[in-house]
Write a new protein. Structure first.
Length: 318
């Protein structure tokens, strides 16, 4: 079997070898593939491995040898799964690999924003402490998380892992979920509708899927319900947020801050309004990228391919 990886660099920039996949067939790995080269690189492939490379209906129609598509992610919106199903091509994803990494990132970002660790470090190195008249100083207000309310939109695996950390910090946890199954057992836990969650929460963390109903649902109307002291965190999908509305809310001090790890167009466009927004901490889609998570992603990708070759594909999404 000829296996082609179309965009493998983010999974393995040099520290996460393809050894487990190499054992399964004749492997060719491309770090990145421009859209106009996808067909040429994939035309002889029996199996395609992709992350963000778009595999649409027309491409699937043209790839006569293609038998299996393995997505190196949980989301698979870049694959036309219906077109693949019509041709009898299974598509598998990796449903669980970054739960702990993403939840950890949420709190790393939140604590960084609250304590301004980097800014205070830079201030000290600039000589501000050596010139200070007191033994201690701080350039921004610092507050405790204990006793604050964490609102979580989407209580799947990552949402629940985030809730566990919030509870460990002594926060009250409230959540919104489409199904409202398996409520958390913490004291004072509540299911809230989205409006109430945005009104009551001191910190809001988004962990819901991107669907036609959730695209841009965090808009000016919803942001206006937030406390002026509250913080919004998004390590889920960038398009959940109307970015201009969030920038306006930050610049007008309608909310206190935001921690953003994902944006609607990635890589981030130079004219994205969040780049110039006040109190907006931005990281380049790294919440998933802990080495342990990337190793799990590699291992599960290999298992998906091995299961397909054995005639019993797993993690099939179509």
């Amino acid at each position: 079997m000829k296996i082609v990886v179309l965009d493998g660099y983010t999974l393995n920039p040099g520290d996460n070898p393809w050894t487990s996949v190499e054992k399964l067939g004749d492997l060719t790995v491309y770090d990145r593939t421009p859209a106009d080269q996808v067909f040429e690189r994939a035309r002889e492939a029996d199996i395609i491995i992709a992350n963000k490379a778009v595999i649409d209906r027309e491409l699937i129609r043209r790839l006569q040898r293609l038998k299996f598509i393995s997505v190196m992610a949980t989301g698979y919106n870049v694959i036309d799964v219906e077109a693949a199903r019509e041709k009898g091509i299974p598509v598998s994803n990796v449903p669980v690999y970054s739960t702990n990494a993403v939840a950890q990132h949420v709190f790393a970002a939140l604590l960084s924003l609250i304590h301004r660790i980097s800014e205070h470090d830079q201030s000290v190195r600039a000589g501000d402490w050596t010139r200070c008249l007191d033994f201690s100083y701080w350039n921004t207000n610092i507050f405790e998380l204990a006793g604050k309310t964490m609102g979580i939109v989407g209580l799947g695996r990552i949402g629940r892992a985030t809730a566990n950390l919030a509870n460990a910090f002594g926060m009250r946890v409230v959540a919104n979920s489409r199904t409202q199954k398996n409520p958390l057992t913490y004291t004072d836990f509540e299911w809230l509708d989205v409006d109430a969650l945005f009104r009551e929460s001191d910190v809001i963390s988004l962990h819901c899927p991107l669907t036609p109903e959730t695209i841009g649902f965090v808009n000016q109307e919803l942001l206006a319900k937030m406390k002026t002291t509250s913080i919004l965190i998004n390590a889920s999908r960038g398009a959940l947020i109307n970015e201009q509305d969030l920038a306006n809310s930050l610049n007008s001090d309608q909310i206190a801050g935001a921690c953003i790890d994902v944006v609607s167009v990635e890589p981030m466009a130079a004219d994205n309004p969040l780049l110039k927004a006040k109190n907006c901490q931005i990281t380049p889609h790294i919440a998933w990228a802990a080495i342990e998570a990337r190793r799990r992603l590699m291992q599960t990708t290999a298992k998906n391919i091995a299961a397909f070759l054995n005639g019993n594909p797993i993690n099939v999404v179509n």
